[in-house]
Design a protein around this ligand. Structure first.
Ligand code: ATP
Length: 270
C-alpha cells in the first residue's frame, strides 16, 4: 500500500534464492540485520549493541533493493521503502515530516525494515552556498540523523540505505550508531552472471542449444537488471518467431538489443 510518499509492504516475497551471486553480501546482511531482528538476546548476552543502519553501495541494477527485500522476507518484517530523491523533489517542503512519519510507522509496525533508496539525494556532503532546495535537503537529512540517533536500538527496526554514490555521502551519516555497516554490492562477475541468468531463466523453456555459461561470458559488464531484460527479450524473439522454446540465437539478439538500449541511455545522460 502507499502511505503518502512511502511504500509500506507486508513481508515481500523475494528471498535469498532469488539473488544471484552476492553470497558474501548475503552473509553480511544476515549478521547485521537478520540476527538482531530474530535473536536480539544474543547481543544482550554478549553486551554489545547490534549494528543500527546498513548501507548497501555499488553501481545501479546490481540487486541492492532485491537484497533488502529478501532480508525483510526472511525475517518476516514489514518493508517500508522511500526514495531519497522523491522525498525532496516530489514532496517539496515535506521531506523532514515524511522522515519522521516513516520512523513512527516503522516502530508501530515492528519488526520492520526501513529501506531508503538513493540516500545520496538527501545525504550528500553539505556545500557552502545553500539554495532553498539545498536547505530543504538539509532539513530532511537533519531529521533523518535525529531519528537515527533517537530511536532505541532494540534491534526490531532496521534501516537499510542504498546508494551508488557513496563518494559524495556526508560523513555524518556514516558515524557509529548511524549507517555504520557498509556492504559493497559490485557488478557481477562471470560466475555471478551465470547465477543470475539461472534464476531469471528458471521458468523459461530453453532449447538444447542454450548454454547459460556461454551467455554469462557474452554479457561482460552487464548487471542483474540487464540480465533479467535479456531473458525477457530472448523470450520475445522466440514468440515473434512462433516458437515455444528459446534458442541461442534469441539470446544473442537479446544481448545485442539490451546493449544498444544501455548505450542509448548513457548518451542521453551525457
Ligand atoms: P538501483 O541502484 O538502480 O536501485 P539496485 O541495485 O537496487 O538498483 P535492483 O532494483 O535490486 O537493483 O535490481 C533490479 C532488478 O534486476 C531486480 O528486481 C532483479 O530482477 C534484477 N537483479 C539485479 N541484481 C540481481 C541479482 N544479483 N540477482 C538476481 N536478480 C538481480
Amino acid at each position: 500500500s502507499q502511505v503518502y510518499g512511502m511504500e509500506v509492504e507486508d513481508p515481500p516475497v523475494e528471498n535469498y534464492s532469488d539473488i544471484g551471486g552476492l553470497e558474501d553480501q548475503i552473509l553480511e546482511i544476515k549478521e547485521a540485520v537478520e540476527l538482531p531482528l530474530c535473536k536480539p538476546e544474543l547481543f544482550e548476552k554478549v553486551g554489545i549493541s547490534p549494528p543500527r543502519g546498513v548501507l548497501l553501495h555499488g553501481p545501479p541494477g546490481t540487486g541492492k533493493t532485491l537484497l533488502a527485500r529478501a532480508v525483510a522476507h526472511e525475517t518476516n518484517a514489514k518493508f517500508l521503502r522511500v526514495v531519497g530523491s522523491e522525498l525532496v523533489q516530489k514532496y517539496i517542503g515535506e521531506g523532514a515530516r515524511l522522515v519522521r512519519e516513516l520512523f513512527e510507522l516503522a516502530k508501530r509496525d515492528a519488526p520492520s525494515i526501513i529501506f531508503i533508496d538513493e540516500i545520496d539525494a538527501i545525504g550528500a556532503q553539505r556545500t557552502e552556498s545553500l539554495t532553498s532546495g539545498d536547505r530543504e535537503v538539509q532539513r530532511t537529512l537533519m531529521q533523518l540523523l535525529a531519528d537515527l540517533d533517537g530511536f532505541k536500538n532494540r534491534g526490531d527496526v532496521k534501516i537499510i540505505g542504498a546508494t551508488n554514490r557513496i563518494d559524495i555521502l556526508d560523513p555524518a551519516l556514516l558515524r557509529p550508531g548511524r549507517f555504520d555497516r557498509m556492504i559493497e554490492i559490485p557488478e557481477p562477475d562471470v560466475d555471478g552472471r551465470y547465477a543470475i541468468l539461472k534464476i531469471h531463466s528458471k521458468n523459461m523453456s530453453l532449447g538444447e542449444s542454450i548454454y547459460l555459461e556461454n551467455i554469462a561470458e557474452l554479457t561482460e559488464r552487464m548487471n542483474g537488471s540487464d540480465l533479467k531484460s535479456i531473458c525477457t527479450e530472448a523470450g520475445m524473439f522466440a514468440i515473434r518467431d512462433d516458437r515455444d522454446t528459446i534458442e541461442m540465437a534469441d539470446f544473442v539478439m537479446a544481448i545485442d538489443k539490451v546493449r544498444h538500449n544501455q548505450k542509448g541511455s548513457v548518451s542521453e545522460l551525457s
